[in-house]
Design a protein around this ligand. Structure first.
Ligand code: MSP
Length: 597
């Protein structure tokens, strides 16, 4: 363990008086709880460079008040693409996701279903796992906040913060949005004290709670943000975070007297820990090894700090203000980056369980297939901004890009190779492309895609890969190998080389698009005569020109992505603009055929 902790630094926030500033508080004397592990001083050190090349990436832990919808799936698909890209780069990725299962909202949802909370949580948590499987989500850790190891770590963390002198008791009165699980400022509410996100009136609450002294960390947070402006991404969200901090930080309540469904406060069973002070710790408890004692030290030394928290913009304050302050208080390193993406909207409103305007990811997957769903949302929504869903656009994009530009290119090339070269490559792809600037263009586009993946510009990364398909199609049409074959002799030899060039291009596309469409990429690789083991061993290095060798035998040509049928088309700049028709059964059949291909 010690060997892994090679960089030690002390996080020492400037101390400010703990007196609450809000007029709504009335202060109670502190009741201290002593940590059962006073020897855990090492935790006050950080281990920022200790995990070498490991890349810890998290999605939010999803509330289990209702089954997942497309909005929740969106964050996870994006996280999966980033995780897969980092793995291709050779990083040891720990991709964490999970479910947030405590609190009033969840207890109420269970009751509404006539269920007890844990049964309800088991059911919905499983629905998330099933959806992640259907969406090809390659997570490494799935943490549930009802896991016993998580509870142990939350309690230990609470005790550390208490021992630091950052927890006190006070009365609180305010307006609470149960759906946000958050007290709201009156000035941010709509008419009748309605929450602007959920459009439902907030409840007036008054209770004695435990508070976290967030205000004490104002200066340290300001300094941390100034020192590392990349901490909040996209960069335009940093201003928002900085203005929250500059505007003054108010201590926040971290317990609930009226909520039973939660982790009890260590020395006071009459209160449970506030969901956010519980769930955020899931990012650390997820790291704890099943075989080891579930404690902070073990968990932290297995990969903390996280390289990236991927979240929606609505929970930025919790991740970019509350969480860093909590970590500072407990003497732990801060995550390296928090990326707040935009919302998937329907008619301009955030799609969500509480508003009931959701899009069913299961239905989309069953109708159109996993690759189509993943590709559409990552390609179509600029990562960081909002994006509205339209079925027509979905079908047009997916047909134009995946079925036409990529799928058809591969299929017609394999057809020609079968007809003219017995499905066998005549030369190495390096030899075939000698002196041909086409290869340089492909390499430039691959570099562009890599740069965009690295910057989390997922849509631009897809665009760069699609451009490889476009130049491939252009090359094919310009060279017209089908007529060269008819001429015979050297023309025919040149045509055989052209096919190798196109197939090498398809191979490169498969790897460069693998983070986004892993199943489609495998189907392309399989068509090119590779085994599953060879595909699984691929790295980003395989985007280099030269993978396909002379003598390699291609598989029987078979479409890797069947277009979604029943639409009229008008191709505009390579993107089909069409009207969809209503034969859902037919579309489903298509998707299933492709999935089985
Ligand atoms: N449980 C908290 C997170 C705790 S993390 C320690 C929570 N859960 S949530 O289920 O309500 O939301 C989870 C994530 O889904 C958030 O990042 C949220 O922004 C995202 N989305 C929910 N609806 C969304 C859209 N319509 N569009 C995009 N993402 C959305 O918050």
């Amino acid at each position: 363990m010690a060997a892994r902790m090679n960089t030690l630094s002390l996080l020492n926030p400037s101390h400010v008086s703990l007196r609450p500033r809000d007029y709504r508080f009335s202060h109670r004397p502190l009741r201290f709880y002593t940590s059962p592990n006073p020897n855990r001083g090492a935790l006050f050190c950080t281990c920022s460079t200790t995990n070498g090349e490991s890349f810890v990436l998290t999605t939010p832990l999803y509330y289990v008040n209702a089954p997942p919808h497309m909005g929740s799936a969106y964050t996870t698909i994006a996280a999966d693409a980033i995780a897969r890209f980092q793995r291709l780069l050779g990083k040891k990725v720990i991709f964490i996701t999970g479910t947030d299962e405590h609190g009033e909202k969840i207890a109420a949802a269970a009751m509404a279903q006539g269920s007890i909370p844990l049964d309800h949580c088991n059911l919905i948590s499983q629905a998330y796992k099933t959806l992640w499987k259907d969406l090809d989500i390659s997570y490494d850790k799935f943490i549930r906040t009802t896991d016993s190891k998580h509870e142990a770590i939350v309690k230990e963390f609470y005790s550390r913060v208490l021992a630091k002198g950052d927890i006190y008791q006070a009365d609180y009165e305010g307006l609470y949005c149960v759906n946000c699980e958050e007290y709201k400022d009156e000035k941010e509410l709509l008419e009748n004290n309605c929450c602007p996100v959920h459009l439902k009136p907030c409840d007036s609450r008054k209770e004695e709670n435990y508070f976290f002294a967030l205000s004490k960390y104002q200066k340290s947070l300001e300094e941390a943000l100034n020192k590392n402006p990349n901490f909040v991404q996209p960069s335009f969200r940093l201003n928002e975070v900085q203005s929250w901090v500059k505007g003054g930080l108010r201590d926040f309540s971290i317990s609930r007297a009226s909520v039973d469904w939660g982790i009890p406060i260590p020395n006071d069973r009459s209160q449970t820990i506030y969901v956010w002070f519980d769930a955020l710790l899931g990012y650390i408890s997820a790291l704890s090894d099943e075989q080891e004692q579930p404690d902070l030290l073990n968990a932290v030394s297995s990969g903390w700090p996280a390289a990236l928290h991927l979240i929606g913009k609505d929970i930025l304050r919790f991740h970019a203000v509350y969480w860093p302050a909590m970590l500072m208080s407990a003497g732990l390193s801060l995550p390296k980056m928090v990326f707040g993406h935009g919302f998937l909207t329907k008619d301009g409103m955030k799609m969500g369980k509480s508003l009931g305007n959701t899009l069913e990811p299961n239905e989309l997957v069953h109708r159109f297939g996993t690759d189509a769903v993943r590709y559409f949302f990552l390609r179509e929504v600029e990562f960081g901004s909002d994006g509205d869903y339209s079925e027509e656009r979905f079908i047009n994009i997916v047909n134009a890009h995946l079925a036409n530009t990529i799928g058809n290119l591969l299929n017609r090339t394999l057809g020609l190779l079968k007809k003219n070269c017995q499905s066998t490559l005549v030369v190495d792809s390096t030899t075939a492309a000698e002196g041909n600037e086409f290869k340089d263009n492909v390499e430039k586009l691959v570099d562009k895609a890599r740069m965009h993946y690295e910057n989390l510009s997922l849509s631009s990364a897809c665009e760069a890969v699609l451009e490889i398909g476009n130049v491939g199609n252009f090359y094919m049409d310009e060279r017209a190998p089908w007529s060269l074959f008819k001429q015979g002799g050297t023309a025919s030899e040149a045509a055989a080389k052209d096919l190798v060039i196109i197939l090498e291009t398809a191979r490169i596309i498969a790897i460069a698009l693998l983070p986004v469409t892993p199943s489609l990429s495998w189907r392309i690789y399989e068509q090119l005569g590779y085994s599953r083991d060879q595909f699984d061993a691929a790295t980003w290095g395989d985007t280099k020109w030269g993978g396909l060798k002379g003598g390699q035998v291609m598989a029987q040509p078979k479409p890797v992505f069947a277009r979604i049928e029943n639409q009229t088309e008008d191709v505009d700049k390579g993107v089909a603009v069409g009207k969809t028709m209503k034969s859902k059964g037919k579309k489903m059949k298509q998707a299933q055929q492709v999935a089985g291909a």
